[in-house]
Ligand binder design. Structure first.
Ligand SMILES: [Cu+2]
Length: 310
């Protein structure tokens, strides 16, 4: 297990690309601890934990960096059709987020844009941001083939506007079904992580330990990438859109506390014991202790107090 990695604000950029206007991005690093991984993925904690985790990010930016702006989300549906052609990957050092794919001869380090060349990430050891855009990321997931309909599926087809619109409109009152569709191995959440490869995809550094490669891809690495926060803000927005799509969705919930990939089709979002609104979100030293699922259920409520524009 590793402690939270937190550094102070060190990067600012301007962009008009995002779904709503903001004047600066402020970046800090956090990594969730290793033992949280099976607790918050493929369980009923996926959406509420990540809502709390994503919410905590701008709080830290405000408290630790004096940030006064809003928190952007990355609407990847806009980039699905021509992913590598997106303005997002501009090489401009003051407004671009750099290459979608880094330099292969250099462990896929991103060599352009605002995150190059001196930008360093802290987890698990100091390194430069890595991206390895891979259109068919799942061809190497052969030992998990039972979870895929097609290992050669092109990842950008999982996060098109049509896919997202259908998911938001569907699964009325069915939280388990909604999460299963979103969080499935080839669903939008995973697709964005894996199409990016590198840090966001959870891939080990070239000279990492054997233990790292045995657990690859690992979500513990993915929060290195500044885009992690904007990706997961979009995942949270996606849940928010679904919550607001029907009165039957807002408080809909069903999820288990134990990841069960052996019986995945029966327990796509966890097996028993089942969770409820009084369950305390695991903080593991990262977040304020004692926050319940009910506390983070409604974004416009008193505790979180935010909404999404656009
Ligand atoms: Cu994720």
């Amino acid at each position: 297990m590793s402690p939270m990695v937190l550094e102070s604000c060190l990067y600012k950029a301007e962009s008009s690309y995002w779904s709503f206007e903001f004047s600066e991005i402020c970046v800090l690093y956090r990594a969730y601890t290793y033992d949280l991984n099976p607790t918050i993925h493929f369980t009923g904690l996926f959406f509420p934990f990540h809502r709390y985790f994503v919410w905590s990010y701008p709080q830290s930016l405000k408290n630790d960096c004096g940030y006064t702006g809003v928190s952007p989300y990355w609407d990847w549906t806009l980039d699905a059709a021509d992913f590598t052609g997106s303005d997002l990957w501009s090489d401009n050092i003051t407004s671009g987020l750099g290459q979608a794919s880094g330099v292969s001869s250099n462990d896929f380090e991103v060599g352009t844009g605002g995150f190059a060349p001196d930008f360093t990430l802290a987890y698990p050891v100091s390194h430069h941001l890595r991206r390895n855009y891979t259109l068919e990321p799942w061809v190497s997931f052969g030992d998990l083939s039972e979870f895929f309909t097609d290992l050669t599926k092109e990842a950008n087809t999982s996060f098109t506007p049509a896919v997202i619109d259908a998911l938001v409109a569907g699964y009325v009152g069915d939280f388990k079904g909604f999460q299963a569709a979103m969080k499935t191995f080839e669903g939008p959440h995973s697709a964005v992580h894996e199409v990016m490869g590198g840090d966001l995809g959870g891939y080990c550094l070239e000279d990492a330990t054997e233990a790292c490669f045995e657990n690859e891809p690992s979500p513990t690495i993915s929060a290195n990438e500044p885009l992690f926060w904007m990706h997961h803000a979009m995942v949270d927005r996606f849940w928010w859109l679904w919550q607001n799509a029907s009165p039957n969705n807002m408080n809909a919930y069903f999820g288990g506390s134990v990841q069960n990939l052996t019986y995945y089709s029966e327990f796509p979002n966890g097996g028993p014991p089942y969770l409820n609104m009084t369950f305390v979100v695991p903080d593991d030293g990262i977040l304020a202790a004692g926050t319940t699922l009910g506390d983070v259920w409604i974004t416009e409520g008193g505790f979180l107090c935010y909404t999404y524009k656009g």
